[in-house]
Design a protein around this ligand. Sequence first.
Ligand code: SF4
Ligand code: SF4
Length: 429
Amino acid sequence: MQTHFTLAQLADPDISDSNAILRACVHCGFCTATCPTYVLLGDELDSPRGRIYLIKEMLEHDRPATSMVVKHIDRCLSCLACMTTCPSGVNYMHLVDHGRRHIARTYRRPLIDRWTRRVLATVLPRPGLFRWALTAARLAQPIRPLLPARLQAMLKLAPRSVGRSAAIGPQVFPAQGSRRMRVALLTGCVQQVIDTGINQATVRLLRRHGAEVVVVPGVGCCGALAHHLGDGVLDRVRANVDAWTAELQRGLDAIVINASGCGTMVKDYGFLLRTDPAYAAKAERVSMLAKDVSEVAQALGVTAGALPGAPRVAYHSACSLQHGQKIHAGPKQLLQNAGFEVVDVPEGHLCCGSAGTYNMLQPELAEALKERKLRNIASVQPEVVAAGNIGCITQLGGAGVPVVHTVELLDWATGGPKPEALEQAVIRR
Ligand code: SF4
Ligand code: SF4
């Protein structure tokens, strides 16, 4: 694609990077076929190619974003299916992130939109505040039909219960047996409130296979939720980089992340801080160490014998894992090695509609994608669904079978307790 940025514009590293991305696009349109919003709406402007044109026009002419541009960029899930399909290696993720920052700088959203986004960016990354908000959401359920549509969507998504076991604070969990690895665990923000069992299962699984697990003080939310809302998160990113860099003195083989949306973000820290001379090298180091829990489980050789009564598992590949981190076969292989029968979900490349805060900001599209995903899951008749991202696990709550994190099944198969969601399903039967 031809671009016409001026030399003055190209002196800005963000413009220079976006220019290179735009020039890689050859308008072939292969990406449209796998874009969930294009599949649903059939509008070129709701396809990756259409959005690329919109961002190009906006940046090239340094124009404030219009409501039309905002509408189509807001509808993008950041699922990155387009990046998997693109034969030219167009980095749509960095381009749309740039577009969103430009929108945040130049467009004044309607009041309700600004309020909703501010609430989400403030509450979700803070576990204490989020826990309190969930209690308030439960109390407000009886008056839900009387509230504005967007508030209804937010309340509908609030889980009926929060994690039962205790959240994990900064500490060191020694390896069982001889130590083969020392890793830092990102305990996350939303996940540690909604489902504390995922971090507990991760720690048990890694320790059982010879990893010392440290939860590093000073590490908080990875910043992904606010970043995708177009907010500035670099101070948060720098704080995490500082905390992990301090721990590096004691030796770290990996930074383990068990929410794939967070993993995609941390793996991009090096890019986000590339122009900061004080942080570029440190952030790159952190990104290189960042690993999805399935990558570390594979490195540790997690495997198990046959598990009596092991349920048939539908593996739902989270977009941030398959498209963002290019991890697809690994988690399935681990489940098979642990004795589970694993079936693929048809249209596995299509997003379930969760996408961070998308299901609260674009409830109609998110609901349509969820229904489609649930139909596809039902078609393979699983007894349990496994996924590697808390957003998907929450979104697929209506699957009719338990939805658990992959790591909970691996923990169970290698000597840990049966996942809570499976126990509850047995009790309900
Ligand atoms: S990130 Fe997903 S929704 Fe956005 S343009 Fe790409 S495929 Fe479409
Ligand atoms: S597939 Fe890649 S090169 Fe083709 S239009 Fe989409 S982004 Fe551009």
